[in-house]
Design a protein around this ligand. Structure first.
Ligand code: SAM
Length: 443
């Protein structure tokens, strides 16, 4: 670990520095957050394979013991009932205070820790645009949102500037969980620690300010913007907040309204007691959070709803053979059918990876259902056939094997402890495995 980084931390933390140094040698804090749209808190704790201790940062989050392994393959994870997230990372969305029905923009969203937390709070109402600039990371974001069963989400892959121009003035809330130098993610012997430099900190700060300026444009009058990083550097935290306030007289800094973590550091005339810092001494790896409110309107870009067409009878019948589809909107894009409870939006030249629930793919007039359809917590009560499997049957299903279970004909949801993990096709004798190949794991 670079001496210069340690010297800066010593100057920053003073008396607390020895404790910080000792914590750099400790294993990382790990955490899980349950998805309340799929499971209740008590049931989650009952089904989780070990004891869970609550975190101060989010009521749905727990610390995960260092020795718990392979939790990513557990049916609680594969059913979308939980997300693994470093505990202090859940703080920013709590501060954003998302309400059902809000329109929310998550501008730097992959892999999706915060987007999945926002979508859960929206509870199938309102809208989340989850954007990620990097193509590969955007795919991971999409698969996490799919696994956790969210539908009122649009996943985009765009430059913040282009996206925010297209949706100027649309959002009640926006989150910039910015790309940063990641000091809070470094442990003493990590490779990342050796790549640390002041030049990189400066480059990150410049980029952060640009992204925040774009995000502010996308907000409605009175809308809220939360800025977060997982780094300790003042240049990327208090200094960026101060520069943003100097550049935008339509933004005010507001109190984060929480009592976890600690105040920010004094910086020029910044009201540092309004921003929040979390250090390992506060029981998380490290986060910085600031909250702004917009106090004036930006000219709003027009919201264009796509016109809605009823789904062709043949496709509707094929879907209705699987579940009773609730009222809503359908779109056929290329060979895929999507469903949303509210009208589809036309995002013009923005690259949209997913809008709504992907119901299935059309192959020669036949609808091949998609994993997303079955993972949707909104559609959970609508399925005609749900086959409950044992732990052992789940392992065989996860490995991609056929299940010797009769009494099911047609596409059938597969559930473990009432949590849908995927689907299969029954012929009254066996259930043919339809678990996505990329998710299969040998036991
Ligand atoms: N919010 C995410 C979560 O909770 O899972 C983590 C986001 S991560 C800290 C920052 C993201 O910003 C990365 O996925 C990165 O690809 C993206 N990014 C990098 N450069 C960017 C830029 N110039 N504009 C917007 N996003 C960028």
């Amino acid at each position: 670990m670079k001496e210069e980084f340690l010297a800066r931390m010593e100057a920053m933390l003073q008396d607390e520095y020895p404790l910080f140094l000792a914590m750099l040698d400790q294993p990382r804090f790990r955490g899980v957050r349950f998805n309340s749209l799929k499971i209740g808190k008590e049931r989650f704790q009952q089904l989780f394979p070990c004891e869970l201790k609550p975190t101060p940062f989010c009521p749905n989050a727990f610390y995960l013991d260092h020795d718990v392994k392979q939790i990513g393959n557990h049916p609680l994870h594969m059913s979308g009932a939980m997300y693994m997230q470093e505990p202090s990372a859940s703080s920013a969305v709590e501060i954003l205070d998302v309400k059902e029905g809000d329109w929310v923009l998550d501008l730097c969203a992959a892999p999706g820790g915060k987007s999945t937390q926002i979508a859960e709070k929206l509870a199938h109402q309102g809208l989340l645009i989850a954007n990620e600039i990097d193509a590969q990371r955007a795919q991971v974001l999409m698969s996490n949102l799919e696994r956790m069963g969210f539908g009122e989400v649009i996943v985009t892959q765009a430059q913040p500037k282009v996206l925010c121009k297209m949706c100027r003035g649309w959002f009640d809330k926006a989150l910039v969980d910015a790309p940063c130098s990641g000091e809070g993610m470094m442990k003493k012997h990590d490779e990342a620690a050796f790549g640390w430099s002041v030049e990189n900190i400066r480059a990150c700060a410049k980029r952060q300010l640009e992204i925040l300026m774009d995000a502010a444009d996308a907000l409605k009058d009175q809308g809220f913007l939360v800025y977060s990083t997982c780094t300790y550097a003042e240049e990327e935290n208090e200094a960026v907040v101060s520069q943003l306030l100097a550049k935008r007289n339509d933004l005010i800094l507001v109190d984060c309204g929480v009592n976890f973590g600690r105040y920010g550091f004094p910086y020029d005339d910044l009201e540092s007691d309004k921003v929040r810092r979390i250090f390992p001494m506060d029981q998380g790896e490290g986060h910085f959070i600031a909250k702004f409110q917009k106090t004036a309107a930006t000219p709003t870009a027009r919201i264009i709803e796509k016109s809605s067409h009823p789904l062709a009878k043949g496709y509707r019948e094929q879907l209705e053979a699987i579940l009773t589809m609730p009222e809503g909107h359908y779109e056929i894009l290329h060979d895929k059918i999507y469903f949303r409870t509210t009208p589809f939006l036309d995002l013009k030249n923005i690259r949209v990876l997913r809008q709504g629930i992907l119901c299935g793919t059309i192959q020669k007039q036949r609808l091949e259902p998609h994993h997303h359809l079955f993972m949707s917590s909104y559609l959970y009560p609508c399925f005609h056939r749900i086959c409950e499997v044992t732990d052992d049957e789940w392992r065989h299903y996860q490995a991609g094997e056929e299940l010797a279970i009769g009494a099911y004909f047609g596409y059938t949801a597969i559930a473990w402890n009432s949590l849908i993990v995927g689907f299969a096709k029954g012929n009254n004798k066996v259930l043919k495995n339809k678990y996505p190949k990329g998710l299969r794991r040998k036991y």
